[in-house]
Design a protein around this ligand. Structure first.
Ligand code: ATP
Ligand code: MG
Length: 250
């Protein structure tokens, strides 16, 4: 890995790029994943590479939803595996949610490599290598889901999910939590709860909120008072006010 000096102003962002390049070299991330990350980076620049208040609100609701779920599942793709493997495993343990390898540009080899990485890092319940059920309304290999996992889940956490699949999961009656830096993506618009934040920051925040909730009341339902569309408007408002604030953007 290229050595980036910690004093570099774009240190964190450059480390993420290095992690993705390492993911490509290890056969776990797709080349198209780099392009998707680039789109995400552009939004992160606008957001200011920090967690917005609106994302914190969504995280509270998402954590409560995961803890109240009967069959929660966490979806893992090649970018998530490269950027936040330890965080996603920790969240899976804390919420008793199996991880399911769920990749857009599916090859069996890449699915197997992601599963192996998760297991090597300590994940105990990884699904998705023999995914044999189909999500209705989705064409070709992207419809595949594990019968015991995403297919029968009531709550799915799907970081960096495609808009089409997110919509199809909602149509199946599931509650879908997404993590996507683009508040305008079809994914963000369709999800039950959209966390507009970088995947690593978002999962770290989810871990701490889940831990807090487990110590406290735990099973409250925050979804009743939550409106995802309103929260996405709030995201855009936060971004716009930051950009307008007297031309000072830091
Ligand atoms: P959609 O299919 O939802 O309309 P899209 O086609 O623009 O959106 P995809 O290519 O399906 O997007 O998925 C990539 C999405 O992942 C982008 O919207 C991008 O903002 C988001 N993304 C990329 N990298 C990250 C990251 N590190 N953290 C959070 N989100 C990210
Ligand atoms: Mg898409």
């Amino acid at each position: 890995m290229f050595k980036i000096p910690e004093t570099h102003p774009r240190y964190k962002s450059l480390i993420k790029r290095e992690k993705l390049v390492a993911g490509i070299e290890a056969g776990i991330t797709s080349k198209q994943g780099l392009i998707a990350h680039g789109r995400g980076e552009a939004f992160d620049y606008l957001i200011g590479e920090r967690t917005l208040d609106s994302a914190r609100r969504a995280t509270e609701v998402a954590a409560a939803l995961l803890l109240a779920a009967k069959r929660p599942v966490i979806s893992v793709n090649g970018n998530v595996a490269a950027l936040a493997v330890n965080e996603i495993i920790e969240l899976s343990e804390l919420t008793n949610a199996p991880l399911e390898v769920n990749i857009f540009y599916r090859t069996e080899e890449r699915a197997r490599k992601i599963k192996e990485l998760l297991e090597k890092q300590g994940a105990r319940n990884v699904l998705g290598d023999g995914a044999d059920a189909r999500i209705p309304g989705i064409a070709h290999a992207r419809a595949r889901a594990d019968r015991e996992g995403i297919y029968s889940a009531d709550v799915v956490l799907a970081p960096l999910e495609d808009g089409d699949r997110c919509e199809a999961l909602i149509k199946m009656g599931k509650k879908v939590i997404t993590i996507d830096l683009n508040p305008l993506s079809r994914t963000s618009l369709h999800a039950t709860v959209s966390i507009v934040d970088d995947v690593e920051r978002a999962i770290r925040n989810l871990i701490s909120v889940v831990m807090e909730k487990k110590r406290g009341k735990g099973k409250e339902n925050l979804l009743e008072d939550y409106d995802n569309e309103e929260n996405l408007k709030e995201v855009i408002y936060e971004i716009a006010s930051r950009l307008k604030s007297d031309g000072k953007i830091n």
